[in-house]
Write a protein that binds this ligand. Structure first.
Ligand SMILES: Nc1ncnc2c1ncn2[C@@H]1O[C@H](COP(=O)(O)OP(=O)(O)OP(=O)(O)O)[C@@H](O)[C@H]1O
Ligand SMILES: [Mg+2]
Length: 269
């Protein structure tokens, strides 16, 4: 579990994270959503220690990541897996070498043990016969699988994914989302995902934090988001008139008050 308490971060005189309090639970996908520039990446970078917050607390299973000793922070870092936007694979290294990299950095395992672990995680993300390939030979979806394999190779307790679906088609996005969800529940990982993708929100959003101009504007689950009355959130998720009408229909249907003369043709202008 990661607890964020009254977190603030500014650059020069610009406050980017205003005062955010949220709890990311273990074994579930915790999504951070919001329009471009709302502070998702800065928040995530504070959580993993790439940015130092101005004030507030980040508690990793009760321990304050901001004020703990460098030694303790290093120990937590070893338990963090990160899937960067754009996958960030090493172009000159094979799939196998890319996935093995964290093991080379953080373990003293033998070469054979490392290869065994690499093959386990590549199998886990359903990527076979790609060990000797270079990133340039892979599709976007395959690259994300390699990046996910690398992020989980050290058995992380905490997994951070910044826009894991960027550049992928909706079907491939869904496959990656499901994989992240499966490993999250299977290994009881506290997973935090930055996304713009409403499909992801509906498919895997156990907990959703909606950011608006550096503030927590709304929080809830994918079951609650459809019925939210928050105006800014609704403008964000139902960006088109069509989706807004579809939501209205869904709410009328739910309450049993759907007018007989309403149909999809009325909604598509
Ligand atoms: N290193 C930095 N120095 C100064 N300002 C920064 C820095 N990093 C981010 N910002 C500012 O912080 C704000 C939030 O940026 P952030 O990258 O967190 O947005 P985001 O929600 O992740 O957007 P996107 O959806 O486009 O990725 C922006 O106004 C950005 O210009
Ligand atoms: Mg971002």
């Amino acid at each position: 579990m990661i607890e964020i308490k009254n977190l603030r971060k500014s650059f020069a005189d610009k406050t980017v994270i205003q005062d955010v309090t949220a709890t990311m639970k273990a074994g579930q996908c915790n999504l951070i959503i919001g329009s471009s520039g709302s502070g998702k990446t800065v928040l995530m970078k504070c959580l993993v220690g790439l940015f130092q917050p101005d004030s507030g607390q980040i508690l990793y299973d009760g321990k304050d990541f901001v004020t703990m000793t460098d030694e303790d922070r290093k120990d937590i870092r070893k338990e963090i897996g990160m899937l960067f936007q754009g996958s960030a694979l090493f172009d000159s290294q094979t799939v196998e070498q890319n996935v093995k990299f964290p093991l080379d950095m953080f373990t003293k395992d033998s070469h054979a043990e490392k290869l065994k672990r690499v093959n386990e995680v590549l199998e886990r993300v359903k990527l076979v016969d790609a060990n000797k390939k270079f990133p340039s030979e892979l599709s976007g979806g395959m690259k994300k699988r390699v990046a996910l394999a690398r992020a989980i190779v050290l058995n992380p307790k905490y997994l951070f994914c910044d826009e894991p679906n960027s550049g992928l088609d909706p079907q491939t996005s869904l496959i990656i989302d499901k994989l992240i969800q499966e490993v999250t529940t299977e290994y009881n990982i506290t997973t935090v995902i930055n996304t713009h993708d409403m499909n992801s929100v509906m498919e895997i959003g156990n907990y959703i934090l909606y950011m608006y101009q550096g503030n927590k504007e709304w929080e809830g689950s994918n079951k609650e988001i459809i019925f939210s009355k928050n105006k800014r959130l609704n403008e964000f998720i139902f960006a088109s008139d069509f989706l807004r009408d579809a939501k209205e229909m869904r709410m009328l249907e739910e309450s049993g008050k759907i007018p007989e003369d309403r149909n999809m043709d009325d909604m598509i202008k």
